[in-house]
Design a protein around this ligand. Structure first.
Ligand SMILES: [Zn+2]
Length: 88
């Protein structure tokens, strides 16, 4: 198995373990509300912002990940580059 595949499975397993169902979150101390419908329950997700090109040139320091909060009501996806905390 390639390192890339191992890494993918590791990330997947980590995210799977962290999943606790929809919840309320705050970012930088401010409660997150859906910008579209003002709902306050979200599904947390993670998205890699890295590219295969960076990895190919061994520039993994350039790789970044972002957190996504998907609104439990309308499905609007909110992206956060900084940490978000689960409130409830
Ligand atoms: Zn919404």
């Amino acid at each position: 198995m390639s390192n890339g595949a191992k890494r993918f499975i590791k990330i997947f397993a980590k995210n799977y373990k962290q999943y606790k169902g929809p919840g309320s979150y705050s970012a930088n101390g401010v409660p997150v509300l859906c910008v579209h419908c003002h709902h306050d329950k979200f599904d947390l997700g993670h998205a890699q912002l890295n590219t295969a090109l960076f990895t190919f040139f061994n520039l993994d320091f350039a790789n970044r990940s972002a957190s996504t909060l998907t609104c439990g009501r309308c499905g609007f996806i909110h992206w956060f580059k900084k940490g978000i905390e689960r409130v409830y």
